[in-house]
Ligand binder design. Sequence first.
Ligand code: 5GP
Length: 124
Amino acid sequence: MPYVYDDQNIFAKILRGEIPNNTVLDTEYALAFHDIQPQRPVHVLVIPKGPYVSYDHFAKEASDAEIVGFTRAIGQVCDMMGVSIDAGDGYRMIANSGEHGVQDVPHLHAHIMGGASTGRMIQS
Ligand code: 5GP
């Protein structure tokens, strides 16, 4: 089945400026903003600006420039939030995808969570 991108999802609306966000970083290829319901002291969402549903979609169909731009943005956000391994205490990066990944918003997003231990990865 082909990937289907719903341009009415909430992150598409954020990218279009239709709803506000608390921006951390805005680049040519990525936007990073604070999660509206943070689950750790640091909880930032990093999204590509292109219409990709999930990481597998992005990995297969995004251009090299988009992939580099998104990846570099994640590195910058880790530095900006003080959670990078070289200068901070680390973080968990999660990209929930699809039904079994329990993804709520169907626009690729990387959760960057830190500032406190994120515990074991799988709890159930
Ligand atoms: P998912 O379950 O899709 O991996 O995560 C979606 C995340 O988006 C959740 O952590 C949720 O709190 C966050 N979220 C949902 N709506 C909004 C919104 O309007 N603004 C922001 N900043 N975060 C949102």
